[in-house]
Design a binder for this molecule. Structure first.
Ligand SMILES: Cc1cc2nc3c(=O)[nH]c(=O)nc-3n(C[C@H](O)[C@H](O)[C@H](O)COP(=O)(O)OP(=O)(O)OC[C@H]3O[C@@H](n4cnc5c(N)ncnc54)[C@H](O)[C@@H]3O)c2cc1C
Ligand SMILES: *[C@@H]1O[C@H](CO)[C@@H](O)[C@H](O)[C@H]1NC(C)=O
Ligand SMILES: *[C@@H]1O[C@H](CO)[C@@H](O)[C@H](O)[C@H]1NC(C)=O
Length: 341
């Protein structure tokens, strides 16, 4: 059989990382990325990119933990390499604070991040309105740099990138052997998945280089996530809201909430407002599907629906998607060798 041709639909974090895992797992494959938008115009470009999971209620915890561990280990190695700064990956320490003792004193990911521990009394003095907190060190992927670095690695591996909106996966049937759906919230229309819904998030990206530690309130509604160049202030979680327009009242509300946790942010400058739609679902859709039209088959792998935790999970899910692509190719090679007999 000739080199299998794989199309990855979507050039956000999930599409790019999945394409890279496919290239690594199948060097003989010819891989193309087809996407309506590229960085800096994707949801992934809006995200803070912090590695702090948000549990998916429909995915077993041990699976989520494996995805997170694989992602953390992979990024930790890059963080400790000479590539770290170009890739936009760095370590950041900080605090998750609560007004009451949290339901879960140690979340499932507490032994994956580094140095997870209850905050000391001295640390809690910084937050007079809070009674309890947890300190830890985690990783952050700044976007766009991380996305651009993934694109660069894909191009170096010979992957073609095309700007193209795909209206129906069958469009790709004559040209590709396997189609990988990483369309994020776009999958709702592309494959008619009504279990997928947007959770609108508005954030501010500000210049405040003196802020070095992250601060997040325990339910994740207000957060301060310092990156290499800018600090992300958030946020909102507006279920089923499709509006990409920044809301000025929300901007002021986010800024006020963040200043109440970190008063020095009053001096922040160059405030830019961004909005993204989290591709949310009860569980990430990560599976193989054979579409049939008449007697014709189309082999598809889905990898979308990462909601509020795409950065935290992306490498684990990309590895698993690449395995599923490998299974599709084995099926194709099986049928082509049978055809030769
Ligand atoms: C405000 C905010 C803050 C966040 N902070 C964090 C965080 O700190 N940590 C974390 O882990 N996660 C965070 N997230 C979540 C994270 O951003 C998402 O889980 C992740 O970006 C999803 O990536 P994706 O590649 O699936 O989607 P996207 O980035 O939306 O990419 C989808 C791609 O598919 C393309 N596409 C869609 N439909 C079609 C079509 N029909 N044809 C061709 N192309 C198509 C799009 O153009 C795009 O390129 C945050 C999200 C938001 C909104
Ligand atoms: C992002 O969107 C802007 C505005 O539509 C456009 O000018 C730019 O070319 C886009 N960038 C990429 C990389 O597609
Ligand atoms: C969507 O969110 C915006 C900004 O927060 C708000 O102004 C608008 O009313 C919301 N729309 C719906 C349909 O809820």
């Amino acid at each position: 059989m000739a080199a299998p041709k794989v199309a990855v639909v979507g050039a956000g974090l999930i599409g790019l990382s999945t394409a890279l895992c496919i290239v690594e797992a199948c060097p003989s494959c010819s891989v193309a990325v087809l996407s309506e938008q590229f960085s800096p115009n994707t949801t992934s470009d809006v995200a803070a990119g912090m590695l702090i999971p948000h549990a998916y209620p429909g995915t077993p915890i041990h699976v989520q933990k494996r995805w997170f561990k694989e992602t953390f280990a992979y990024l930790f190695a890059i963080c400790n390499s000479a590539e770290a700064s170009e890739a936009g990956i760095h370590m950041v320490s900080g605090w998750q604070i609560f007004t009451n003792t949290p339901r879960e004193e140690s979340p499932f990911w507490s032994d994956v991040v580094l140095g997870f521990r209850p905050m000391s009394e001295a640390e809690l003095q910084k937050f007079p309105q809070h009674r309890f907190g947890q300190a830890f060190t985690t990783l952050k992927c700044d976007s766009p740099p991380y996305l651009l670095w993934l694109e660069k690695r894909l191009k170096a591996a010979g992957v073609q990138m095309y700007t193209r909106k795909v209206s129906d996966l069958w469009e790709l049937h004559s040209e590709y052997d396997v189609v990988v759906n990483c369309a994020g919230i776009g999958a709702r229309q592309l494959v008619g998945d009504e279990k997928l819904f947007p959770v609108r998030g508005q954030v501010l990206k500000v210049h405040a280089p003196w802020v070095k530690n992250f601060i997040r309130d325990g339910d994740g509604s207000t957060y301060i996530y310092p990156g290499i160049h800018r600090v992300t202030l958030g946020g909102t979680r507006e279920k089923d809201n499709w509006s990409l327009a920044p809301d000025p009242r929300t901007t002021k509300d986010i800024f006020d909430r963040c200043c109440s946790l970190e008063p020095s942010l009053q001096g922040a400058q160059d405030v830019k407002v961004k909005v993204g739609l989290r591709p949310s679902r009860q569980s990430v859709r990560l599976n193989r599907e054979v579409l049939r039209q008449g007697g014709v088959k189309l082999l598809v792998v889905h990898n979308y629906g990462h909601g509020a935790g795409g950065f935290s999970m992306h490498w684990g899910t990309a590895q698993e998607a690449a395995c599923l692509v490998g299974e599709c190719i084995a099926v194709l090679q099986g049928s082509s060798s049978r055809a030769k007999l």
